[in-house]
Design a protein around this ligand. Sequence first.
Ligand code: ADP
Length: 459
Amino acid sequence: MSTLRVLYVTPECTPWVKTGGLGDVSAALPPELARLGCEVALLIPAYRAMQALTAGASPVAEVPAHGELPACRVLQTRLKNGVRLLLLDAPALYDREAGPYLDATGRDWPDNALRFGALSHAAAHLCRAGLADGWLPQVLHCHDWPAALAPVYLRYGPPAEVASIVTIHNLAFQGIFPAQTLHALGLPESSFTLDGVEYWGQVSFLKGGLACADAITAVSPNYAREIQDKELGFGLDGLLHARRAVLYGILNGIDIQTWNPADDPLIAAPYDSDRLEAKALNKLALQKRLGLPQDEAVPLLGSVGRITLQKGFDLIAEVAETLVHGGTPVQFALLGSGSLELENRLLALQAAHPRAIGLKIGFDEKLAHLIEAGADMFLMPSRFEPCGLNQMYSQRYGTPPVANATGGLVDTIEDYDGTPESAAQATGCLCREASPEAFLAAVRRALDCYADKKLWRQL
Ligand code: ADP
């Protein structure tokens, strides 16, 4: 296979900047593409969290100012896995405390259009001008709305010999800004149309990218179908359906080295499918960590994620309430942050039932690994789920997922329907809709299976 040069453009990459699955995929996919024979350069803003890398990096390109976007430098360093890491150096935009999208109070950075306009514009510039050593991309791979304007800059500026792809990790986030942003971004009036960035009188990064890219991918085959319908299309179903000939669903993978229970420095005791007994040590450690009574026998139900309606944390709260009030012996190990209202609901539940509900509000990579290892089952009643990584991590950790049958969860989980025959094939439990009743029924099915040690071992 001839070498393909890929410019991979992303707003997040583990371990430096991660708010969700995109961070993990951006760490795992480029080295995998390299293994398949591609030359990959990963372009990402030089956030404050990347300062240590910036210090050792050397300049390889200058991106001129454009509209109100400042001139930026591109600094290059190499990751241990050989991938070129390109840091977009613009301290006025990126050298800040707090997250990539939100300030310390949880509000969008007011200049997000410029911050990610600059990322997209730099990507387009590199497709035309290349790097100092002559490296020129053949494929431009843009991830989510923060990178999605790059194909727009290519269409409405000097062209480049490059094929562009926009990957949708979550259609709910589109990067929509007031119409006057067009000038700040240095885009011409001619781009403010149905074929360009215009979306109900505003500028939409993602819509522009989906309209202008040569190809579109979504992170699971099922999600690629779902987003062509009104229910999960978030207003872009018409466009996506019209572009279905170039819309592909490609399932995310996971990094099986980072997520490996046999060799995971973040868990209490290593184990694998032949040494499952040691999983119990992780359960005891997790119970201790969250202040729950240490008990090997009681089913421990875990979940990690953004505490939002999308992830169905309200359904988890509801099911936890029902089970605990009904006297079912069960414990919960929950980790996440998000909506204040849902966080408060979970905190109140924990205060009322401290011996049954273990909860940490916040972002905690170590605890996330311990929950995957220590819980007996993993809850994911998402209302929609483009792919989902946690259900794959949980399967790798022998912690069957109990999930709603949506998006990538359908592509990655084989349902245990309650019959012994299905336990041989199954990898978790699915519910058919995101309702408290349906989710409770799936959880009960899993608990019944758990009570039958032989059946559970099979699952
Ligand atoms: P999404 O990208 O929609 O948030 P995914 O399941 O694809 O959901 O990926 C979520 C990733 O983020 C997983 O690696 C998960 O463990 C991690 N994660 C989410 N919230 C937290 C948290 N509070 N602490 C640690 N890791 C978290």
